[in-house]
Structure formats: structure tokens, C-alpha cells
Design a protein around this ligand. Structure first.
Ligand code: HEM
Length: 449
């Protein structure tokens, strides 16, 4: 391994014939995200045969035309007017999650929240993007199976990344794992197809001949928008729909747990969040908060922002330089040869004392306006940057905010016997973080739901 310099914010190493550069320099990360949109070939391990054209793993070659078209086509489904309407849906689903947790609050037992945050993420994505109610045409068990398929998909990705011989497709076939992956992915795509078909039938049966006659263009959900776009084929819609489901669930299910862990481990900060919620939102928790009220929860915004700094759900960003690239770091220029895989180490940048004072201290107030101008401008990348940043970042922030607002108003969130210091927070790293089961929480009722 050769370092570009010491202490190393850029590290290069060869893995067989492939050159990698690890980026821990905020300014270089920003330039790389600005100059390149292509991903390395290994991103196509995600989803086996089926996800290649999906936004997240598209463009693992020099040709970026399809990704550019898809990005432009999907973008309007994430607009401001839609978000205003999503609040009621997020809020309703957050009340369901709060109710699910009542059993733990009443017994005092600790709980590993993953099943609950994953179900919340699933229900919110399906309702906001697909107009689909949980269990609309499937049983609860079948829906849980779908969530299991998503987990399996990441497990296959992990297998191929970590076991070098599995990268050889022939060997992967010989192990039987490729066939298993194909079967599981087929079932996932079939589920998405059925959800879309259901919506299409409803739209076709609509007395007005299409549901959007009295709807502003901006109000259309993702699925309505795509079904009405003659450029979008059914196959395209299925693959992009499955991608949004995957990207939306896999990230927020973990990030929501980490936010709640931070509040449990910092009771004073939780108290400040509670006070802000009680001063801005209605006393009646069943009432949907207004968009303006949600926007005014600025302390909660800072808590979420700070959690995303210390523990970003997507800890590494991957790009491939298809042509030679010159980047400028603090100590001079570097030339990155064509063909290099570039890995931006987001967690390292976010926890580097050169960029953040006391980076291991959870301090929401570092996001107060007065501190922003003294900081390196590109050292915050939880949603990446540049043309290929997270399409759903505003959506994610709102979805997380609504869940945390409901849970903190309903319960005092407490540490557990297995997780009571920052050192107890443990993850496995994959494309996204996987929180360990010891990261449990306890809940104490503040009110009856
Ligand atoms: C805490 C929540 C989330 C985090 C931390 C997160 C983070 C990210 C990051 C870092 C990327 C860029 C990866 C790269 O540069 O290679 C990304 C891409 C993407 N995200 Fe998110 N995300 C979150 C939630 C969501 C949600 C809720 C959705 C959809 C509803 C979503 C949809 C997408 C899509 C479609 C892309 C691919 C964009 C493209 O390549 O053009 N994300 N996300």
C-alpha cells in the first residue's frame, strides 16, 4: 500500500490489477463527485441480473446516457408539493410504530428496533411512492417475506464483495448461490410488478379515464407520474420502483435507530427535543402537524444532522474514473489514472478533527448558523454530493423527523443494559450500515396513545 501523503487523506492500493484510491480529503471527495458519475463494476453485484438499470447501480461503464435520462425522469416525483402531502402519511405510520412499541414500554423490556423501523420505512415508501396500503393484495407474512428478500439481496452483494472467488460468475453459479439470488430477485420484481399493476388497473378504471384530471401535475405520486409517462416502459418502471424501495428502506431503517440511540445516550439533548416538540406541535398527538410546524423544528433538524455526521447510513461512496482525473488537495495536485476505483470514506471525513472540533462528541449545536462559515465547506456528505447525490434526501429527512417527533412525544427513550455508551454502538459495514442486535433501547411512557 502506498500513501499519497502522510497523514494520509488519500491512500492508494492495488488489489490484483485494480488500482483503488481511498479518499479522506473533503475537498477531493467533492471534486470527484463533481467530475464523475460512473460507478465501479462491483456495484452491479447488487440485485444480480435485475438491478443493472436501476438508478443506484446504473452506469458501471463509460456510457451514462441511461442514468442521466432516468435521473431526470424520476426527479419530479421528489418535489416540494409532494412532500407537503407526505407529512400526513408519515405521521399516520409513525403513530402505528409508537403503538407497536407500547408493549415494551409497559413491561420495561428492551427492544432491538430494526423490525419496527424497517416496517415503518416499508409502509411509508409504499404509501407515498406507490399509493399502496400495507397488505393491500398480500398477507402480512408475504409483505414480511418481501422485506426478507431485500435483506437477501444485500447478503448476496456482501458475499460477492467479501469472498473474492464469488466474483467469478461461473464459480458463483457452481455454488448454487447465483440461482438462489436470481430466484429471490425474481420474486422481488414480481411483487413490485403486482403493486404497479394494481395501481394501473385503478387508474384505468377511474371514471375520469385517468386519475389525474383534477390533480395538479405536481401532486402526482411516483407511480402515477411514471405510468403516465409514455417514455417509461413497464420494465423500466419495475426496476426503478424496486430501486427506490430498496434505497429508501435500507437506509432509513438503520438511520432512525441511530437517531433514537443518540437521544437515549444524551438525555439532556432528548429533553431539548421534547421541549421543542411540545412548544411547536399540537398537544393532541393524533393531529397531523402542518408542514410549517415541521419545518420549524430546528433543534430536531440539528440532532438528525449531527447523527448523520457521526454515523452516516451510507459510509462509503464508490466511483470509477473512466478518464484521467486531476484533483487538488490541500497540499497540491494529484493525477488519478483512468480506470481507478475511487472510494470516499464518508465516516472518516465526518469524524476528522481537522474538519470538526471534538468530532466524537455528539453536539447538535455545531450546526448553528454561526459555526457554518468557519468550517471546510465540503466536509458533510451523508447524502453524497454532485449530480449523483441522493435523490431521496429531502424525503428521508422528513420521514425520519416525523417518526422521531412522534416517538419522543410518546416515550422517554432510554439506554439498555447492552447499549449505554457510544462505545456500545456497533455496526457491520456494507453498502449501508447494519446495526448489531445489542443496540437495544428501552421506552418509558410519557402519554397514553
Ligand atoms: C438516511 C437516509 C438516506 C441516506 C443516508 C442516503 C444516502 C445516499 C447516498 C450517500 C447516495 C449516493 C451514493 C453515491 O454517491 O454513490 C444515495 C443515492 C440514492 N438514494 Fe439515498 N439515502 C437515504 C434515503 C433515501 C431514500 C428515502 C430514497 C428514496 C425514497 C433514496 C433514494 C436514492 C436513490 C434513488 C439514489 C441513487 C441516485 C443516483 O445514483 O442518481 N435514498 N443515497
Amino acid at each position: 500500500m502506498t500513501t499519497y501523503r502522510s497523514p494520509s487523506r488519500l491512500v492508494r492500493f492495488w488489489n490484483g490489477p485494480q488500482l483503488y484510491v481511498l479518499i479522506g480529503d473533503a475537498s477531493v471527495a467533492f471534486q470527484v463527485n463533481d467530475f464523475t458519475v460512473q460507478k465501479p463494476e462491483f456495484m452491479q453485484y447488487l440485485g444480480g441480473l435485475y438491478f443493472k438499470q436501476g438508478l443506484v447501480s446504473d452506469s458501471c461503464s463509460s456510457d451514462t446516457a441511461h442514468w442521466r435520462w432516468a435521473r431526470k425522469t424520476l426527479q419530479p416525483a421528489f418535489n416540494f408539493t409532494n412532500f407537503k402531502q407526505f407529512i400526513a402519511k408519515f405521521h399516520k405510520e409513525s403513530l402505528i410504530t409508537a403503538k407497536e412499541l407500547e408493549q415494551y414500554a409497559l413491561t420495561g423490556h428492551s427492544v432491538f428496533l430494526l423490525e419496527h423501523t424497517r416496517n415503518y420505512a416499508y409502509r411509508t415508501i409504499m404509501r407515498t411512492m406507490f399509493d399502496y396500503e400495507l397488505n393491500q393484495h398480500k398477507t402480512e407474512e408475504e409483505c414480511q417475506m418481501l422485506l426478507g428478500l431485500l435483506e437477501a439481496m444485500f447478503q448476496h452483494f456482501q458475499n460477492r464483495m467479501t469472498v473474492p472467488i464469488y466474483r467469478n460468475l461461473f464459480i458463483y453459479y457452481l455454488t448454487g448461490l447465483r440461482q438462489k439470488e436470481n430466484e429471490e430477485m425474481k420474486m422481488l420484481m414480481q411483487f413490485v410488478r403486482e403493486v404497479i399493476d394494481l395501481k394501473k388497473t385503478n387508474m384505468d378504471n377511474d371514471i375520469s379515464g385517468g386519475l389525474c384530471t383534477n390533480q395538479e401535475d405536481n401532486d402526482q405520486t411516483f407511480v402515477e407520474r411514471m405510468l403516465q409517462n409514455p417514455e417509461v416502459s413497464m420494465e423500466e418502471l419495475i426496476v426503478q420502483g424496486a430501486t427506490i424501495i430498496t434505497a429508501g428502506i435500507d437506509t432509513t431503517k438503520s438511520q432512525n435507530i441511530v437517531i433514537l440511540l443518540m437521544l437515549a445516550l444524551h438525555p439532556d439533548i432528548q429533553n431539548n427535543v421534547y421541549k421543542e416538540l411540545m412548544s411547536i406541535l399540537d398537544e393532541d398527538i393524533t393531529l397531523t402537524p402542518s408542514y410549517e410546524a415541521v419545518c420549524n423544528l430546528s433543534y430536531l433538524d440539528r440532532v438528525i444532522k449531527e447523527t448523520l455526521r457521526m454515523y452516516p447510513a451510507a459510509p462509503v461512496l464508490a466511483r470509477k474514473a473512466y478518464s484521467e482525473l486531476t484533483v487538488t488537495a490541500d497540499d497540491g495536485e494529484y493525477t488519478i489514472p483512468a480506470g481507478t476505483v475511487l472510494l470516499t470514506m464518508v465516516t472518516d471525513i465526518h469524524n476528522n478533527p481537522d474538519y470538526y472540533d471534538n468530532p466524537h462528541v455528539f453536539d447538535p449545536d455545531r450546526w448553528l448558523d454561526r459555526h457554518l462559515f468557519t468550517r471546510q465547506p465540503h466536509c458533510y456528505l451523508p447524502f453524497s454530493s454532485g449530480a449523483r447525490n441522493c435523490l431521496g434526501y429531502k424525503y428521508a429527512l422528513l420521514q425520519m423527523k416525523l417518526l422521531v417527533a412522534t416517538l419522543v412525544r410518546t416515550y422517554e427513550i432510554l439506554p439498555s443494559e447492552t447499549c449505554h455508551t457510544l462505545d456500545d454502538i456497533k455496526f457491520d459495514m456494507s453498502i449501508t450500515i447494519k446495526i448489531e442486535e445489542t443496540c437495544r433501547l428501552r421506552f418509558k411512557p410519557r402519554r397514553i396513545l
